[in-house]
Structure formats: C-alpha cells, structure tokens
Write a protein that binds this ligand. Structure first.
Ligand code: FAD
Length: 269
C-alpha cells in the first residue's frame, strides 16, 4: 500500500468534485491502495462522502450509484433476482459479484464505479451491467452530464471514455431488462482464479443478447436470434481480438468462450 499523498479530502457535494491539479477520485480504494499511485498523483478525493443511495428501482428501471459496493450488488440485487418475478433478470447479479472472488473485506469496500472505471477485462460489474443493456451517467467537471452505453464506455483494458475530471455517477438499467431471462457462464484456470472468460446474456423478445468479457480486451456484445447457434458461430468467427495475460492464452480463451456462449444461448432459448 502506498499512501504517499499530500491530501485526502472527502467530497460532500457535486462542487467538491472539481479536481485540483494532481488529484484523483477515490472510491473503495481496493485497487488504488493495492499498488503504488501513478506518478503525479498528490491528492485523493473520496467519493464515499457524497452519501449516494446504493441503488433504487422504480418504473423507469434500476439505478445503481457508482459508490454501491460489490457486496450490495451481491446481497441486495442478487436477492431480488433470486426469486422468479419482476426482477428475475437480476439473477446474474450474484454470480457476477462472486466472479470477482474478492475477500470479505474487499467485496464490502470495492464499488461498482471503481470496477467500471478500472475497466479490467475481468471486471465482472461490466459483465453484469452490459448484459442488462445498461448505460452510464457521467458527470462532467463544471456541471454538464452525458449518458452512454456501458459497452461503448469501456474501450480497452484499463481504458474508458472518462475524460479528466469526469465522474461516473450511476449505472442505469432499463425496466425491460429487469424481468427478462438472463444467463451467466464463467471459466478460470483454477477454481479460485481470476476469470479467464465470462459470457452473460439476456433474452429479449426477438433476440438473445450475449456479452463476452474477460476473454476479450473490451466487452463484446453479440445479438442473435434465440436458438440460432449457426448465427452465434458466425458472430464469434468475426471476433478477432482475444485477451492475452497470465489467466489464459488467446486461442484457449477463444475456444472456451465459444463453448460458454453456446451454453448461454441454449439457456436463453
Ligand atoms: C484481491 C483482489 C481481487 C480483485 N479481483 C478483481 C477482478 O477479478 N476483476 C476486477 O475487475 N478487479 C479486481 N480487483 C480490482 C479492484 O479491487 C476492483 O476492480 C474494484 O471493483 C475497484 O473498485 P474500488 O471502489 O475499490 O476502486 P478504487 O480503487 O477506489 O478506484 C479504482 C480507479 O477507478 C477510479 N474511480 C473510482 N470510482 C470512480 C468514479 N465513480 N468515477 C470516476 N473514476 C472513478 C479511481 O480514480 C481509480 O483510478 C481486485 C482487487 C483485489 C484487491
């Protein structure tokens, strides 16, 4: 842990989110405090003081604050999704949260916003919310805001469309996704290893929407007709970039992802 900073201040209002030179946002700190801070970072602005409600559901859908923890996703949204009914789409919340394999302490601290902003290929909050067709609300410094789809927000390993000073405020899941059927598959090199490939999916009326994560550098959404395995094969053939790191070689990841994707499509038939 490297806490070599000159200041840590707690944001209480949106105005407090204006970054001074050298400042960076701090959420759960599970990543920021796990390795030396990048050169030039001299101060942290703690988002947890903003007191945002972790998540809310109304007729417009689900809104999950960036500061909602992975444990609140697992226990809160996961419990809603465990029952058949209007929130069965959230049935993938628990397996996605569990895919992070975080310790008790880290899971209660790591946030959704930190996971999405970090944009690691194995970012399981990306797997979850991309499958649910989520968009993200981003606050710009100076008062503006923008909304974009999560799959375009994450642009590569550790890369997002966040510009300097922008804050990820919340994730928005459309109401239609909450009652949809969803599916989850994951593989890792070892039982407690980081995800090598994750496929999540959602059955809409006319299509099955699958999202590949962990095995690819950025989330890859695929849409095929329910049960059309030949179309899925063609869509997978068109994926040319497979992630390469100690958690799996690209050709192996391509092969296992194909198997998982067919299982998800089968489940959503
Ligand atoms: C044991 C262990 C296992 C892990 N396993 C995984 C894993 O399998 N997959 C994975 O993806 N990660 C993993 N991580 C990394 C990390 O802990 C998680 O991604 C976590 O969700 C990050 O959230 P955080 O709130 O702690 O982020 P922080 O560490 O506070 O911040 C991470 C980054 O995001 C920025 N940030 C945070 N919130 C916002 C916001 N709202 N707006 C703009 N920028 C923001 C910060 O400035 C920082 O650059 C693991 C970490 C540990 C310690």
């Amino acid at each position: 842990m490297d806490l070599d900073v000159d200041s840590v201040r707690t944001a209480r209002t949106r105005a407090d989110l204006a970054l001074a030179p050298g400042e960076r946002f701090l959420a759960g700190g599970t990543f920021l405090y796990s390795e030396p801070l990048p050169p030039g970072v001299t101060g942290l602005v703690d988002l947890l003081g903003l007191g945002w409600e972790p998540w809310t559901i109304d007729g417009g859908g689900l809104r999950v604050s960036a500061t909602c923890t992975v444990e609140e996703v697992r226990a809160g949204l996961g419990a809603l999704g465990a029952r058949s009914g209007p929130y069965r789409g959230l049935g993938i919340a628990q397996p996605c949260a569990d895919a992070l394999l975080l310790s008790f302490k880290v899971a209660h601290t790591a946030t959704v916003g930190g996971n999405l902003s970090l944009a690691l290929p194995a970012g399981a909050m990306v797997s979850l919310f991309a499958a649910l067709g989520a968009s993200v609300l981003v606050w710009a410094p100076g008062g503006g805001a923008r909304v974009e789809s999560l799959t375009s927000f994450v642009t590569g390993p550790g890369e997002t469309t966040l510009a300097d000073g922008e804050v990820l405020r919340e994730v928005r899941v459309p109401a239609s996704a909450l009652g949809a059927r969803t599916a989850f598959r994951k593989i890792a090199l070892t039982p407690l290893g980081r995800s090598s490939a994750v496929v999540t999916g959602l059955r809409a009326e006319e299509t099955a929407r699958l999202v590949l994560t962990a095995s690819v550098p950025r989330p890859v959404p695929l849409e095929v007709a329910p049960g059309d395995h030949a179309a899925l094969d063609r869509a997978l053939d068109a994926v040319t970039e497979w992630f390469d790191d100690p958690h799996g070689a690209p050709d192996w990841r391509a092969a296992v992802t194909r198997g998982l994707a067919h299982e998800v499509l089968e489940e959503l038939a």
